[in-house]
Design a protein around this ligand. Structure first.
Ligand code: NAD
Ligand code: DAU
Length: 343
């Protein structure tokens, strides 16, 4: 692993992965290739902008010729694909872009991996492909049971990776992460949305009864897990990466308010997300067997996350001020009923 192409490296997890890799190793080149959609943000990469081992290209993973050029120029031996449309609520509004990037874009990268004979391509996937898991924990060979256009597109990408391994021996691995939290997360996702709304004394819109369960994992634990799989994972295998702990959304919401010393009266229960998955839970023993271990429990992860958003208000205020953010907010939240009296 010498020349790593990080697609989607200007997004939340991708940028954290770039920081971590450049902080940890001085014998690698990191080449970020990112379309800079609404979620891509070059501010996330400012800390590495002058690093001589880092290069940035603006580009779409669906454009095979551009991908090919970068692969050739930098003699890429490893691809880590973070590039995706990632927000479930947006996938309910406009699924087409999800199918394009998350399925077709993955296919383009697999073709490039095959053509250039890479040592490894890791597809960054999600626990959402297992669908909601009301009891027990998802294992890597469980049946996929997707329920949103987002999770269905991610599952399509995963299946394409497995097909390229089986049919063409392309050395893929797939990592399936849980709900990441931490620095540089776009404030449409619940945790940065709730922290920033609370700091602005705006309501925190909780979907349904707020008793949905998520495995909130600190982003750097996820990034370290991906690095471990790149180094020690077996070709063709899938690895779940999560904290292995569960928290309800309402507990997460109250933890944020408590850390910020804000009142619970900011909580607003609103009409639920259609097809809202009730619970995700991962069995992470396969990744642990490689030597990886989750370090941040929920309390530490949420405290570190809140601290970052308190100390980096310019970062999220700049995002929230943009017209496209405000239009999305209006479109997603304006039509929903407020149901505080029913809870
Ligand atoms: P994000 O939305 O913050 O960032 C996505 C990045 O991909 C952006 O920089 C965007 O510009 C780029 N991108 C989108 N379409 C592209 C295209 N066609 N070509 C090139 N670049 C493109 O996403 P994230 O939360 O950092 O998620 C990264 C990956 O991890 C995704 O594949 C996602 O499915 C997966 N994942 C996310 C989570 C989570 O909790 N956020 C959990 C598990 C897995
Ligand atoms: O599980 C991994 C997945 O986690 C990733 O694959 C996705 O890319 C990422 O977006 C995330 O999906 P979720 O749908 O779980 O995340 P989101 O932050 O949108 O919502 C988390 C929970 O909070 C979910 O139960 C819905 C709820 N929620 C969300 C929003 C945006 C609210 O109650 N209110 C909100 O306004």
């Amino acid at each position: 692993m010498k020349n790593i192409l990080v697609t989607g490296g200007a997004g939340f997890i991708g940028s954290n992965f770039v920081h971590m890799m450049l902080d940890t190793y001085d014998d690698i080149e990191v080449i970020v290739y990112d379309k800079l959609t609404y979620a891509g943000n070059l501010d996330n990469l400012i800390p590495v902008a002058d690093n001589p081992h880092y290069t940035f290209y603006k580009g779409d993973i669906c454009h095979a010729n551009n991908v090919d050029e970068v692969m050739k120029k930098h003699k890429i031996d490893t691809i880590v694909n973070f590039a995706a449309e990632t927000h479930v609520d947006r996938s309910l509004m406009e699924p087409g872009g999800f199918i394009q990037t998350d399925v077709y874009g993955t296919y383009v990268l697999l073709e490039a991996a095959k053509k250039h004979g890479v040592e490894r391509m890791n597809q960054v996937s999600t626990d959402e492909v297992y669908g909601q898991v009301l009891e027990g924990r998802s294992k890597e060979n469980d049946r996929l049971h997707t329920r949103s256009p987002y999770s269905a597109s991610k599952a399509g990408g995963d299946l394409m990776c497995q097909a390229y391994y089986t049919s063409f021996n392309v050395p893929v691995t797939i990592t399936r992460g849980s709900n990441n939290i931490g620095q540089y997360q776009y404030p449409e996702k619940v945790v940065p949305l709730f922290i920033s709304n609370a700091l602005e004394d705006k309501p925190l819109p909780v979907y349904g009864d707020g008793l949905q369960m998520r495995d909130y994992q600190y982003v750097l634990d996820h990034c370290r897990g991906i690095d471990m799989v790149l180094r020690k994972g077996m070709h063709g295998e899938i690895y779940n990466i999560g904290s292995g702990m569960e928290t309800t959304n309402i507990v997460m919401t109250k933890a944020i308010l408590h850390l910020l010393n804000k009142p619970e009266s900011l909580i607003q229960y609103i009409t639920d997300r259609p097809g809202h998955d009730r619970r995700y839970a991962l069995d992470v023993s396969k990744a642990q067997a490689l030597g990886w271990k989750n370090e941040y429990d929920f309390e530490r992860a949420i405290a570190a996350t809140v601290k970052w958003y308190v100390e980096n208000q310019d970062w999220w205020r700049k995002v929230k001020e943009k017209k496209d953010y405000q239009e999305y907010y209006q479109r997603n939240y304006a039509g929903r009923d407020i149901k505080n009296d029913k809870i």
